[in-house]
Ligand binder design. Structure first.
Ligand code: 2DT
Length: 213
């Protein structure tokens, strides 16, 4: 039989505090890649459409209360339930642009009292690792100019400050790309597109990595 070599897709994760423009930039990147005939799809975590995701949504909307450890495991389970989909898409040559991933999982949970960062990270071990994490950094002054927080859980200034410092603890310099998100949408997008091309040219010929302790 003749096998056609399929180059795997690139796995990009977007992270950062609220209002940095993650979702806007993810969607613009997918659109730009598809225009260049690079197959790419958008995914986001939490994915609120799954069975687990519906419980997470109720928790974020403050319809229900749950112990912190239990909630952490639900966010993690939400990634694990989509793990086969992520691997399948990457193997089939589709690049994934993912709006939040394990780094949000750990940075947010570990911002709570009595939550151990290492315990949080342990639940992520074995998931597919992204080829790059694009972290959109928004200064506090730019953040204030972008308007108020919403009504969901975690949308509090003090809590976000803790999340921000937790992200720093998770930073893996090999794959972490800091992006200044204070600029206008197009400037940020152009930088992201350039970064994607660098990462993509390397990633397609390498096996998918796995998150480790
Ligand atoms: P969105 O506003 O992006 O829908 O996120 N969160 C997210 C966690 O606490 N743990 C996780 O594993 C993930 C992926 C970040 C909703 C909130 O959920 C938080 C903000």
């Amino acid at each position: 039989a003749v096998f056609k070599m399929v180059r795997r897709g690139t796995f990009i994760v977007f992270e950062g505090c609220d209002r940095g423009g993650k979702t806007t930039q993810c969607k613009k990147l997918v659109e730009a890649l598809n225009k260049k005939n690079i197959p790419a799809e958008y995914m986001n975590f939490p994915d609120r459409t799954t069975a687990v995701g519906k419980i997470i949504n109720d928790y974020l909307k403050k319809n229900i209360e749950l112990p912190d450890h239990a909630v952490h495991l639900l966010f993690s389970a939400n990634r694990w339930e989509l793990e086969p989909v992520i691997r399948k898409k990457l193997h089939s040559g589709v690049s994934l642009v993912v709006d939040r991933y394990s780094y949000s999982g750990v940075a947010f949970s570990a911002a709570k009292e009595n939550m151990d960062l290492q315990w949080c990270w342990n639940q992520e071990e074995g998931l597919p690792a992204p080829d790059a994490v694009f972290i959109l950094n928004l200064s506090e002054s730019a953040s204030l100019q972008r308007g108020g927080f919403g009504e969901e859980r975690y949308e509090l200034t003090d809590f976000q400050a803790k999340v921000r410092s937790n992200y720093k603890l998770l930073k893996d310099p090999k794959i972490w790309k800091d992006i200044d998100a204070d600029r206008d949408v197009e400037s940020v997008h152009n930088e992201i597109l350039k970064l994607f091309e660098e990462v993509h040219s390397q990633a397609v010929s390498q096996p998918i990595k796995t998150l480790k302790n």
